[in-house]
Write a protein that binds this ligand. Structure first.
Ligand SMILES: Cc1cc2nc3c(=O)[nH]c(=O)nc-3n(C[C@H](O)[C@H](O)[C@H](O)COP(=O)(O)O)c2cc1C
Length: 373
């Protein structure tokens, strides 16, 4: 298989539009962000994980997580749990609600998930993995996919065995974060293990972990021979990266430049507005804050924008600060000052975007907690 072919992978009846998937990220891949990332070329954008315990679905948070009706097809809903019957029942429910594909979470190392033996903690118990996958595949007539890691720990990398169990159970695609559960987000991603997993099955495999550029995506596909890539943290604050990767993986090798500043303005403002609409005033401001911080890390003079944006206490103030930042960037600080606007954006020492700065997941976790209203 050519790793730069125009052929796209298939998940059950769905011929994907490309080879770039958005990774599910709790607290991030909500309906507004999924819509944005699908617009920028993500062939699939799964929902944030939802608990398989349907008795917990009646909270505002779960209801928002299960709001996928406006997503373009294929609509992928991720479920997390450890009880095969419970997962099967939850899968039936979300299919009735309109899900096109069910994804099972065996990739998340978060304590809250793992304390209940779910997420990547399940990889320890291959018998339970088999029971869960058999139960869910048997319960629904839509494709079921699996998100996994390379194993529970570096001493126990059973990813290839889990992949075969999954394929035998009827799982139709795998996404593999190339780290063990014990490694969390630390250390190098094991692309060689992803390759071994890919070689052990015939279903599509998507490589995930630390892919931050089109060049890295091409390199990872060459190293893993995977069918596509899954992008998580790197899409935050620069969703156009997905288009850049998508273009680079297509045979025509077209490239896609970072959007002009006026286009960036339109993208950020539209995203901001959709978050405000989706979450309402209180939660909307808090969820939008973290996205503005991520946008700021990719912008010139972003640190000054960030400082102001995080202090905004209302949706209106957040909008105004964002509009003002872009107005100044577009017209230039001097023009803005001539207009009598009160301060300069670009008078700090470090006006360069912080593109190369790698973000740890600690920040993501904290910001997630802050927004889990
Ligand atoms: C804040 C955050 C939340 C996440 N939530 C989920 C989740 O709900 N389900 C899941 O399968 N993986 C989850 N992940 C893992 C990502 O899907 C992905 O595997 C991981 O971030 C590695 O990819 P990346 O290096 O491209 O970010 C989460 C990761 C982060 C940083």
């Amino acid at each position: 298989m050519s790793n730069r072919s125009t052929d796209t992978p298939r998940i059950g009846p769905y011929q994907l539009s490309g080879r770039v998937l958005l990774a599910p990220m709790a607290g991030i891949t909500d309906e507004p962000f999924r819509r944005l990332c699908r617009h920028f070329g993500a062939a699939v954008a799964a929902s944030e994980m939802t608990t398989a315990d349907v008795s917990l679905w009646n909270t505002p948070k779960s209801r928002r997580r299960l709001s996928f009706g406006n997503d373009p097809t294929p609509r992928v809903v991720q479920l997390a749990g450890s009880d095969p019957g419970q997962l099967a029942g939850a899968a039936r429910r979300v299919v009735d609600m309109g899900a096109d594909i069910i994804d099972i979470n065996m990739g998340c190392p978060a304590k809250k998930v793992c304390r209940r033996l779910a997420g990547s903690a399940l990889l320890e118990d291959e018998t339970l993995v088999r029971r869960i996958l058999d139960a869910v595949v048997g319960a629904v007539d839509v494709p079921v996919t699996l998100k996994m890691r390379t194993g529970p720990s570096p001493q126990h990398r059973n990813g290839a065995r889990i992949a075969r169990i999954a394929q035998d159970a009827g799982i139709q695609a795998l996404a593999v974060h190339g780290r063990t559960r014990a490694c969390a987000y630390k250390g190098e991603v094991e692309y060689a293990t992803i390759k071994a997993i890919k070689e052990s099955v015939t279903i599509p495999v998507f490589a995930n972990g630390d892919i931050t550029s089109a060049a890295k995506a091409i390199d990872v596909l060459q190293r893993t021979r995977a069918d596509g890539v899954m992008i998580g943290r790197a899409a935050c604050g620069q969703p156009w990266l997905l288009t850049q990767i998508d273009y680079a993986l297509r045979e025509e090798k077209k490239s896609f430049a970072v959007p002009e500043i006026s286009e960036q303005r339109d993208i950020v403002l539209a995203h901001l507005e959709s978050m405000h609409r989706f979450y309402g005033e209180y939660t909307g401001v808090r969820v939008a804050r973290k996205h503005l911080v991520w946008y700021a890390t990719h912008m010139e003079c972003g640190s000054q924008f960030r400082q102001r944006a995080v202090r905004a206490e209302s949706t209106k103030a957040q909008m105004r600060i964002t509009q003002e930042y872009f107005a100044r960037r577009i017209s230039g600080d001097r023009a803005a000052t001539a207009l009598g606007l009160p301060w300069k954006w670009c008078d700090g020492e470090n006006n360069e975007p912080q593109k190369e700065k790698r973000r740890g997941t600690g920040n993501f976790g904290q910001q997630q907690k802050a927004s889990a209203a």
